[in-house]
Design a protein. Structure first.
Ligand SMILES: [Zn+2]
Length: 79
């Protein structure tokens, strides 16, 4: 006996053009993860700072000699 020959619509095409970030649910092109494989986010919810600037700020806030590294950073910028 022949099975019914109904023609079902194919599944809907993917709604999103880009993959969805599991953290912020934004469409993204890049997923960042740690060396352990933990997902850190995408280009929309992860940002980077200049390490020298970050270190200068950290030292400025907590260091015993707050101006030294910052001055070194400023010298580096003007070099
Ligand atoms: Zn994200």
């Amino acid at each position: 006996m022949m099975s019914n020959n109904y023609c079902f619509d194919p599944p809907d095409p993917p709604e999103h053009k880009y993959p969805i970030c599991p953290l912020c649910n934004a469409e993204c092109e890049t997923i960042y993860h740690s060396c352990d494989g933990d997902i850190l986010g995408c280009e929309h919810c992860v940002s980077s700072v200049d390490a020298w600037e970050w270190q200068a700020e950290e030292e400025k806030n907590a260091g015993p000699d707050p101006d030294r590294l910052y001055d070194e950073y400023m010298d580096r910028q003007s070099a």
